[in-house]
Every structure is written in structure tokens, then in C-alpha cells.
Design a protein around this ligand. Structure first.
Ligand code: AMP
Length: 398
């Protein structure tokens, strides 16, 4: 039986998983446990074309892991699991690359919890229940922040008193690193160039959205910062705002820090601007019917993105390709067309037909031959996590 990797992406109340062949990227079984900690916790499985859901007897992370094991046994896949790979949002400055998990690594992830209080504690629950469920199997941690640890100081420091960095780890970290690593490797392959010779701007546009400048396969700047709130307009996150907003809303609305933070994370972005939805596809449908808020939200999303893409040229100095990925980047021909139009001065010329065609899993160039390439690549963070885990577990050499 060929060895496969169980990839786990654990939140505080959810657990997403995929059983992946690290050699081919093929997924044998995947699923999602939701509402963990609530009475109606449940889990859904997808195996080939068949799907099914069930309630969880024990509605927590451990119960979800037991249900996954039962399902693996039922499908005779259990013995193929050779290692477990965990997606970890924040690795701070501790972790510059993926690593096998031991007690020191767990302590390091715990130490980073104050930087990602909504994510790292959930990851630790996942790690602990996976160690309990798969004793003896190698477990690896793959960090969203690690890829951006190559940022030079001029890009990662805020113009704040030095003590904040020295004593409180206040700096820009950047996120979506696993996706950027995957798409930059794929882009180098598409360009037919060694990764070390490439200059890329990659835009990961999903419900969370960011962009990164990647030079020679290394991140040199990115739009997210200390937290995933900085930078682009997102589904329900504001992206950049004037930090003076905190004091102002305190005075005129009586909001405390948590109140403003919640507003910026959960009620802003496309949702706040449109007053309708955080979902790009829904907004495109509404905009087509004349909804003014939806139109404005999409225009501001595209404008902010174009502005940042041009800013990311500063650390690169040249560009081999602009890469679109994530749910919006891979599917929204409208957003891509608007961004390419706004960036015409950089040498992009849209191939409208190819842009309209390159959706739903298709990949490739959406600008005309002879102009600067903008390409769509379907990201696959699970595959990257599986590949790293297999390498660290000694199952593959690359
Ligand atoms: P992700 O977080 O990567 O799953 O991306 C989610 C975002 O992708 C949501 O805003 C979706 O509306 C958007 N999306 C998915 N499919 C489409 C589509 N066909 N057209 C426009 N946006 C889409």
C-alpha cells in the first residue's frame, strides 16, 4: 500500500482534513468536522464521488479524530497513513521552515499563541489529539508565516519604538506562505525558468486576501502584517485603515479595543462596503443587477489590490509574472480584468477570452502574448503540507 499523509487544518471549532498521496497530490479521502464544542457537532466525508455526514458522539477534536480513524478503517485506508501534517497559522520568528513536531515545537507554537489567539490554540488541540490517535507516527508542522521569514528588516519592521519589536515581537509576519510557496514553484515551472531566477508578484485572493513579492523563490515583501488584518480589502476584514480609527471610534461610538477589532475583522471589507455579503460571487451577481454597494465594494477591492501590486514592484525591480490564486483569484474573471486594466501602465494587456475561460480549476495565461504574463494557478496548500511532511518523515527526498 502506498504511503499517504493525513493533512490536518484545525481551528478552534473545526477540523478540516485530507488524506493525500504526497507523490501524486491525489486526495483519497477528505472532510470537515464543524461546530466542535457545540451540541450539534458533526463531520462530513468525501471519498471519490461519494459524500456523507454524521453527528459526532463526542463533539470535540478528539471525537472528530476518532471518527476520521473509523472512516479510514472502514475504507481500508488506515494502514496507508504514514505521517500527519498540520497547518499552523503563526510560527512567529521561531519557525522559518516546516518541522517535525516534538515537545519543543509544541512549546514554540504555544508561545506564538498570543500572536494568533484565534488560530494557534485550535492547532494545538489538533496536534494533541493526532498524537494521541496516531502514536508513533511522525507529525509535522507547516507554518503560514514561515515563507515570509526571508523578508528584509526594512519590509518587516513597523515605524514604532524599538521596544515593541524587542520586547513584544511587534513586526510584520505575513500569511498565506504555504500557498505562495506552492504557486511560486508552479509559476517557475510554467515560465520554464529555475525558481531562483524568477521575480513574481502573487495574489492569494480568498475570503482572506494578500499579495506577496517573491524574488528567486523567497518572499521579499507582503501585504499582511502582525495579524492577517493588514493590507488588502478582504471578505469581512478591512485591510489597511488609519490606526487613528481606534481612538476616534472610542470617542464617538464608545467602542473599546475589542469592539473596534471585531468591527475591522468581521463587519468590514466586502461585507461592510456592500452592506450585502462577504462573498465575491454573490456581489458580482448583485452588481450585475445594479446593486450600487456591491459595485463599489468590488471596485475598491480591485483598486486596493492594483495599488499594492504596483507597490510590490519596489523590492522586485522587474517582473516575470503576476500570479492570481485563491477562490477569487482562480474564479473571478471580473476582478482580474479590472486589476489588469488598472495596471496597464506596467505592461499588462488582458486577453479577455482567455480570462473568461480560465475559471473553475483551469490554469494559465490571461494576458496577451507579448505583454507581461498574468497567470492563474490553482493553489494547493494541502499538497504542499503533504509534500513537506513526507520529506520530513523521510518518505521522500524532495
Ligand atoms: P477561498 O477563501 O479561497 O475559498 O475563496 C472564497 C472566495 O472566492 C469567496 O469570496 C467566493 O465568492 C469567491 N469565489 C469562488 N468562486 C467564485 C466565482 N465563480 N466567481 C467569483 N468569486 C468566486
Amino acid at each position: 500500500m502506498k504511503p499517504s499523509i493525513l493533512v490536518i487544518n484545525c481551528g478552534s471549532s473545526s477540523l478540516k482534513f485530507a488524506l493525500t498521496d504526497p507523490a501524486t497530490g491525489e486526495t483519497h479521502l477528505s472532510g470537515l468536522a464543524e461546530k466542535l464544542g457545540l451540541p450539534d457537532a458533526g463531520i462530513s466525508f468525501r471519498h471519490g464521488d461519494s459524500k456523507h455526514s454524521q453527528r459526532l458522539e463526542e463533539g470535540n477534536h478528539r471525537g472528530a479524530m476518532h471518527a476520521i480513524i473509523q472512516q479510514l478503517q472502514h475504507l481500508a485506508l488506515f494502514d496507508s497513513v504514514a505521517a500527519v501534517g498540520h497547518r499552523i497559522v503563526h510560527g512567529g520568528e521561531h519557525f522559518t521552515e516546516s518541522t517535525l513536531i516534538d515537545n519543543d515545537v509544541i512549546a514554540g507554537i504555544e508561545a506564538c499563541s498570543r500572536l494568533a489567539p484565534l488560530h494557534n490554540p485550535g492547532h494545538l488541540l489538533g496536534i494533541r489529539s493526532a498524537i494521541e490517535s496516531f502514536p508513533g507516527l511522525p507529525q509535522a508542522a507547516v507554518f503560514d508565516t514561515a515563507f515570509h521569514q526571508t523578508l528584509p528588516e526594512r519590509a518587516y519592521r513597523y515605524a514604532l519604538p524599538i521596544e515593541l519589536y524587542r520586547d513584544h515581537a511587534v513586526r510584520r509576519y505575513g500569511f498565506h506562505g504555504t500557498s505562495y510557496r506552492y504557486v511560486s514553484e508552479a509559476a517557475a515551472e510554467w515560465l520554464g525558468k529555475p525558481l531562483a531566477d524568477t521575480a513574481l508578484i502573487c495574489a492569494h485572493l480568498g475570503n482572506g486576501a494578500s499579495a506577496a513579492a517573491v524574488l528567486g523563490g523567497k518572499s521579499v515583501d507582503t501585504t499582511m502584517g502582525l495579524t492577517p488584518l493588514e493590507g488588502l480589502v478582504m471578505g469581512s476584514r478591512s485591510g489597511d485603515i488609519d490606526p487613528g480609527l481606534f481612538g476616534y471610534l472610542g470617542t464617538c461610538m464608545g467602542l473599546d479595543t475589542q469592539g473596534v477589532t471585531d468591527l475591522l475583522n468581521k463587519q468590514s471589507g466586502l461585507l461592510g462596503l456592500s452592506g450585502l455579503s462577504n462573498d465575491c460571487r454573490e456581489l458580482e451577481e448583485a452588481a450585475a443587477k445594479g446593486h450600487a454597494g456591491a459595485r463599489l465594494a468590488l471596485e475598491i477591492f480591485a483598486y486596493r489590490l492594483a495599488k499594492y501590486i504596483s507597490a510590490l514592484m519596489v523590492p522586485l525591480g522587474r517582473l516575470d509574472a503576476l500570479v492570481f490564486t485563491g477562490g477569487i483569484g482562480e474564479n473571478s474573471a471580473t476582478i482580474r480584468a479590472r486589476v489588469i486594466e488598472l495596471l496597464g501602465f506596467m505592461g499588462f494587456a488582458l486577453d479577455s477570452e482567455s480570462n473568461e475561460r480560465t475559471i473553475r480549476g483551469k490554469a494559465g495565461r490571461i494576458t496577451r502574448e507579448g505583454s507581461v504574463p498574468a497567470i492563474v494557478i490553482n493553489t494547493n496548500e494541502e499538497d504542499m503540507i503533504a509534500r513537506d511532511t513526507a520529506r520530513l518523515a523521510g518518505l521522500t527526498s524532495h
